[in-house]
Design a protein around this ligand. Structure first.
Ligand SMILES: Nc1ncnc2c1ncn2[C@@H]1O[C@H](COP(=O)(O)OP(=O)(O)OP(=O)(O)O)[C@@H](O)[C@H]1O
Length: 260
């Protein structure tokens, strides 16, 4: 997807505290439509807290969240799917004793016009709706090369495949903005490369803006359009991968690496 000049998400002067500990300090950021936008920084910098704010799980003490031109007031996690915001979690959150297809179908709840009465009466419209949901879920499985696992229990799959199923389930909601919390955590090199390709495919083919936290800097540098570096809840740098790689403060003081 080409990056547009339209800002899809804006955080303005966000402050977040838990008790006496201030986690985010006057944090502002802008994510443009079509971007793969990555947030990096040391452990405890506040990255997951940012995702939890964008997803409505945490409510900041002050600041504004503006999504698609709308200031969000009293914003909670239950509102996110209606805005077209979906997410994956740092630790897998799947129904492990259900099949891959059924897990993806759970992601279609909002898109389904299924009524309980219709189901009880086996109305033709209910059957049509089920067929549509299944068709959409199958399309996503195809996109992520998961068809061959469709009927397998999630618990029987490798960790890398389970992460891909989680991605599929998030996509089932047809989001316009996808939050990925460490999508490559715990993966081997080949699995990381493969998930990176799928993230690019989702961005380009489905026109979904991606907001990602990831510790693997090589992958972040490889696929991101824009990177923000957070430390102690403050933005210390932002720019293209090249600008970030050349930022001496980021490299030496905060990420503790010499060169990428
Ligand atoms: N619900 C909470 N209650 C209390 N403190 C919290 C809560 N959520 C986050 N914190 C604190 O906020 C700080 C930032 O945590 P956060 O998980 O956002 O950092 P992070 O950059 O995502 O770290 P990591 O890379 O290790 O996942 C930490 O000190 C953490 O303990």
């Amino acid at each position: 997807m080409s990056v547009s000049s339209v800002v899809l998400l804006e955080l303005k002067a966000i402050d977040l505290s838990f008790g006496s500990s201030q986690v985010l300090k006057q944090l502002s950021l802008e994510v443009r439509e079509g971007e793969i936008y990555s947030l990096i920084g040391p452990n405890g910098a506040g990255k997951s807290s940012v995702i939890n704010i964008i997803n409505g799980i945490y409510q900041p003490q002050s600041g504004q969240i503006i999504f698609a031109g709308q200031v969000l007031h009293n914003y909670k996690a239950k509102h996110a799917p209606y805005l077209g915001i979906a997410r994956t979690f740092q630790n897998l959150a799947l129904f492990k004793q259900m099949s891959v297809l059924d897990n993806v179908l759970t992601g279609r709840v909002l898109k389904s016009r299924h009524s309980l009465l219709g189901a009880l009466l086996s109305l033709p419209s209910t059957q049509k709706n089920d067929d549509l949901q299944r068709f959409k879920a199958e399309e996503i499985l195809k996109l992520l090369n998961l068809q061959e696992y469709r009927d397998q229990l999630v618990s029987s799959l490798s960790y890398g495949l389970q992460k891909r199923v989680e991605l599929a389930r998030a996509l089932a909601a047809e989001p316009q903005f996808l939050l990925l919390d460490e999508p490559m955590a715990g993966m081997n090199h080949a699995e990381k490369r493969s998930i990176a390709k799928f993230i690019q495919k989702i961005n380009q083919q489905l026109n979904i803006t991606i907001f990602m936290i990831e510790h693997d800097l090589a992958v972040v540098m490889d696929i991101s359009d824009h990177i923000v570096v957070l430390d102690y809840g403050k933005k210390i740098a932002e720019g293209t991968p090249q600008q970030i790689q050349e930022h001496p403060e980021v490299l030496s003081a905060y990420l503790g690496i010499q060169a990428l």
